[in-house]
Ligand binder design. Sequence first.
Ligand code: NI
Ligand code: MN
Length: 235
Amino acid sequence: MAITLTWTGHATWLIDTGAGVLLVDPFFDECPTTSMAAAAVDCAAILVTHGHFDHVADLVPIAKRTGARVFCNWEIAQWLGKQGVANTQPMNLGGTTAVPGGTARMETAWHSSSLPDGSYGGTAAGWLLHVGGVSVYVAGDTALFSDMARIGAAVKGGLDVAVLPIGDLFTMGPEDSLEAVRMLRPRIVLPSHHGTWPPITQDVQAWARRVAQETSAEPRPLQPGERIMVEVVRD
Ligand code: NI
Ligand code: MN
């Protein structure tokens, strides 16, 4: 078994679990670096980390067009309901639910959250996925926090993939992401939330060299539109 993760730019990911594609944080048409038009996206479910525009900009039209269920916190589900998106799974931190290909647990994140119209967005979150036999932690927008050690340790057999923000300014930067890798101990680490605009542009190759030298994880920086296949390494 294997899953495929595609980075379309910024913090938007398509995770093909083999039983459907999970779309994380849809931000396409207003994203300067995106590889994809919102109208071209196909998915079986949508996972939202928080309400900021660079994570939900294309959420409503994609949810309406595809009919995909949206997994998000209670407040974002209420906001979606007012816009005619009824197929939601409202949840909150610490909760686990079934998604196409496996399960998703809404995890802690340290960040703010409000929706584009100013509505309260609830608490920002990350996602811990067990899909297609592979474990994937999508940190979302967050600062470094010491519970990352708990998240990594909770995954039986060890975490396969960590998707971490490295852009700095609005989230943790490269230096803190190295500490996050040491705590999570993933097999593979994918950088996110960088390069979209000048204030969050980082030397991603320098970051990758440091990950390789200073941690036990394999860094895999992607270009927008690039994908990585992750195979199951144990039963
Ligand atoms: Ni944010
Ligand atoms: Mn963001």
